[in-house]
Design a protein around this ligand. Structure first.
Ligand code: SAM
Length: 232
């Protein structure tokens, strides 16, 4: 048997785009589940601000902000940032609006209901930065979204898209199984379905090679995550 032969991966199981807009779970409960991920959000924000060097007064687009905790943390880290959240789910925008009001950052964050595959509402080179956290595996037409990102991002703009990966190794699988003892059944279910819907680094690189982002980004990985970002 050839030991170097790559193991066969389970096929991707898409999750669909809008994660709510239905009575699946009350919005308050959903918000609570998201809030448990605050440490993860803080790490992402730190990476964007410090490692990718997000400048004062940046005009930032967040794709799929959900309850908007990332945008909220960004603005709290630097009140000169202005954020626009492009979100496909009406329910999520409701939740996000409540959160930005509770956190007193309404003046810095606004939302647009729409699908990131069509950003014709924005002019070319509108944004200093585009970020997205845990949303990519939901996009039904990622190639179109990547091309739209390339169009609306300034030439020297910052890009940071973080998502899970489907090709997790044995170490990550063990951590996942152990984590299930400490998180709710719902969280563990969401985590598993998002892993199954996500891509591998190779699949993403192949996809990006077909878009105008080709040669403009780098892909970083760790045991659970993939980050597509501007070269640092
Ligand atoms: C798993 S949630 C992540 C929310 C948030 N970014 C976070 O990390 O907490 C994915 C979000 O992406 C949104 N979404 C999925 N596909 C989208 C698309 N094509 N355009 C805009 N938003 C989208 C969903 O409605 C949902 O709010």
């Amino acid at each position: 048997m050839n030991k170097n032969k790559p193991k066969k991966l389970p096929p991707r199981i898409p999750e669909g785009e809008s994660i709510q807009d239905g009575p699946e779970m009350g919005l308050d409960e959903l918000n609570k589940q998201f809030k448990k991920r605050m440490k993860e959000y803080e790490r992402f924000v730190k990476f964007v601000v410090k490692d990718l060097n997000l400048k004062d007064n940046s005009n930032v687009l967040e794709i799929g902000p959900g309850p908007s905790w990332i945008s909220i943390l960004l603005v709290k880290s630097n009140p000169s940032f202005k954020l626009v959240g492009l979100e496909i789910s009406n329910d999520m925008i409701k939740l996000a609006k409540k959160n930005i009001s509770d956190e007193n950052v309404e003046n810095n964050i606004s939302f647009i209901l729409g699908n990131a595959k069509d950003m014709s509402i924005f002019e070319d080179k509108s944004f200093d930065a585009i970020i997205s956290h845990d949303s990519l595996h939901h996009w039904e037409e990622p190639i179109q979204v990547f091309n739209e990102i390339a169009r609306v991002l300034k030439d020297d703009g910052i890009l940071c898209i973080r998502d899970g990966r489907r090709d997790i190794g044995l170490g990550a699988k063990i951590i996942f199984q152990l984590a299930r003892f400490f998180i709710s059944k719902k969280m563990s279910y969401f985590w598993k379905t998002s892993i199954m819907a996500s891509y591998t680094p190779v699949e993403l690189q192949e996809m990006i090679n077909l878009t105008r982002l080709k040669n403009k980004i780098e892909i970083k990985t760790d045991i659970f995550d993939i980050i597509i970002c501007s070269p640092s």
